[in-house]
Ligand binder design. Sequence first.
Ligand code: TXA
Ligand code: MG
Length: 353
Amino acid sequence: MTYTIILKVDWKKPESSKIKAAAEVILRGGLVAFPTETVYGLGANAMNENAVKRIYEAKKRPLDNPIIVHVASKREIIQLTKEIPLKAEKLMKTFWPGPLTLVLNASNKVPKATTGGLGTVAVRMPNHKVALSLIKKSRVPIAAPSANLSGNPSPTIAEHVKKDLYGRIEMILDGGSTNIGLESTVLDLTVDPPQILRPGGVSYEELLKVLEKVEVHPDVLAEKRVSLDKVPSPGMKHRHYAPKAEMILVEGTVEATVKKVQQIVNFHMRNGKKVGILATDETESLYNADVVKSMGTRADISMVARNLFRLLREFDEEEVEIIVAEGLPFEGLGLAVMNRLRKASGYKIMKVS
Ligand code: TXA
Ligand code: MG
């Protein structure tokens, strides 16, 4: 058992004494959870192999799943990479700091624990004052996966981190709720054309404004669990974002979706199950179930993204046994939302029209 210190920090103007205390933990090889604009990260000194190994332990994360390295300036990625392609320069200029992670060829200075032994390294500059000041104060790049137990939905408030990791890490910096609510986009620049390995905060459409061509890895929209060998991003093959409840996702037109969701709910309620619905503002009032929660309005998918992981955790708290979720359009942030919903459902998808 590790003693976990929880410090509330001002996300607009992080208190320097608190950032200093957190940086000291990082430099001693300890683990600090901190907010970013996407989700909370669990940070360690990326250049300290033993510190990074402790991340895997604390999260119970499979050892072959590499970790994103967070930097506070572009200069820092020189020591982490073999070369910085022109496309990377362009993307950094447009999207950093922000929710875009770039996979580049790794220099041999990056410990194996950080790269998962892949020969590549994933780097990103978060757009959050607490994250940036922690990296600057530590003067080392910080390796940080999402600060949840492996397999759980990523944390969007410090309370989620506490629930999963209290007693397993040295410190939690509580900077309130994260803004985007879904993880960064992971873009592989070691292949041509660049390939989206995980959709996230920067959309495919936005990337296309900077790059001539972008591919979406076929597993991103997999409708079945992807095969266990030959995935470029090990995170793809692990069960993810999953609530404890069984989840069923219904995809199709709004009208047909509402009808099918209610049918599935009725079936399970008749069998005595506690059933929840993941709805939208437009449809919420049309349903009958034990629990109905709205992800937000269909007119603003960024609201849906912000609420999704919190709602999945709430269903578990309320001991809902079956969750039936509405699918949404795949445009913009919708691609990331649908990727998470499909994974969370374990690919139990029903299509209606
Ligand atoms: O928004 C985010 O990206 C958050 C915050 C904390 O920055 N971090 C995050 O990390 O989501 P994590 O570890 O939960 O997800 C990182 C994903 C995994 O799917 C992993 O397999 C992939 O990125 N990844 C990391 N390094 C990679 C590499 N060298 N090549 C391919 N995929 C990589
Ligand atoms: Mg994660």
